[in-house]
Design a protein around this ligand. Structure first.
Ligand code: SF4
Length: 351
């Protein structure tokens, strides 16, 4: 490939079409790190508000290192993949106030993989390390008409070599930014505008008519179904309601987040009686009635959650192991999973 004419076409396109994003306007490795971790799990439009909020609360490594786990998780609430927030926090505590400057030191931090280390090295320090996200895999697969499956160990190695080969060593920051943006906005998964593409004459997939087939990925494993049955207890107290929540501490999804009392069932959702029989160790004597019930489906990367939330009004709260009593006005102080957040939104629709 004639690299210099490829760079000129790509950079001209980038100049004319790039989005103005705060993490592109800075060389601060801390800010770039935060943006990269947030963008691993969300689209730019949604990620922007999380980024601003996170940076507002933790403007530098030291403020993040000194935050509590709950404060960090609260800022992450709704983004999912909470282990990423826990790793950010852990890494900040290791670093205290100084961000490392070599690839190996950055790569060794909790939660930082090859991609993120490459992105920080190129965006913050302008060093020629590839940063291959999903968009870049697609562009590379098409440019080189590569039939290598990209989401395997050997596939990643192969694409890493291609990216290294194509890298503009004089302008690594610009090169990585431009190719990522091109994949995100132009060379999209479905029906890219190949006929007017500015780098079309460098694209082997276009020449071979294989664009729609690439990139190749592994077949996905079927999602595992899980059935979660929640009760939201509401006990009137002065001008508010008291409820029960508990913190998830097992090595499972949503570790350290809070949720309403829950029992998990095998292959279907349960009725209130069965849930309470399993949830309460002693019989629970209180005036009670069901105010509302709603079922939700919630998809995680490897799991499909079927959840039932039953809102139960009671004259006194039952005692449930590991649960704490709070007023519903305090719910916002506790990091919740997105699923429990949806249940809170539902709760407020009729309170
Ligand atoms: S010609 Fe089509 S497939 Fe090739 S780089 Fe351009 S948009 Fe992507």
């Amino acid at each position: 490939m004639a690299k210099s004419s490829f760079y000129i076409s790509l950079y001209n396109w980038y100049d004319a079409n790039k989005r103005i994003l705060p993490w592109r306007e800075t060389n601060d490795p801390y800010l770039i790190w935060i943006s990269e971790i947030i963008l691993q799990q969300t689209r730019v439009a949604q990620g922007l508000s999380y980024y601003h909020n996170f940076i507002h609360h933790f403007p530098n490594i030291s403020s993040l290192a000194h935050a509590t786990k709950e404060q960090v998780l609260n800022c992450w609430q709704g983004l999912g993949y909470y282990s990423r927030a826990r790793n950010l926090h852990k890494a900040a505590q290791l670093l205290k106030d100084h961000f490392p400057t070599t690839f190996d030191q950055i790569r060794a931090l909790p939660g930082i993989g090859e991609y993120t280390a490459g992105a920080i090295m190129s965006f913050a320090f302008n060093m020629p390390y590839p940063a291959i996200d999903g968009n870049v895999y697609r562009v590379l697969a098409r440019l080189y008409d590569s039939e290598v499956i990209f989401d395997t160990y050997s596939g990643k190695k192969h694409f890493h070599q291609l990216a290294n080969q194509l890298m503009d060593r004089e302008n690594p920051r610009l090169f990585n930014s431009a190719i990522m943006e091109f994949g995100a906005l132009y060379c999209t998964p479905l029906s890219p505008e190949c006929s007017t593409c500015p780098i079309q004459n460098h694209c082997l997939a276009y020449a071979h008519n294989t664009v729609e087939l690439l990139p190749l990925r592994k077949k996905k494993n079927a999602l595992k179904d899980r059935y979660l049955n929640y009760i939201i207890y509401l006990c009137k107290s002065d001008s508010t309601y008291l409820t029960l929540i508990h913190q998830r501490n097992d090595n499972d999804i949503w570790k350290h987040l809070w949720e309403f009392p829950m029992v998990e069932s095998m292959d279907s959702l349960l009725d209130i009686q069965t849930i309470e029989n399993r949830l309460l160790s002693t019989s629970f004597i209180s005036e009670h009635h069901i105010l509302a019930q709603r079922d939700f489906k919630h998809i995680l990367s490897h799991q499909r959650l079927h959840a039932r939330f039953i809102i139960q009004s009671v004259s006194s709260l039952p005692s449930i192991e590991h649960c704490k009593t709070i007023s519903i006005d305090e719910l916002s102080n506790y990091p919740l999973s997105r699923l429990n957040e949806k249940a809170v939104e539902f709760l407020y629709t009729f309170l």
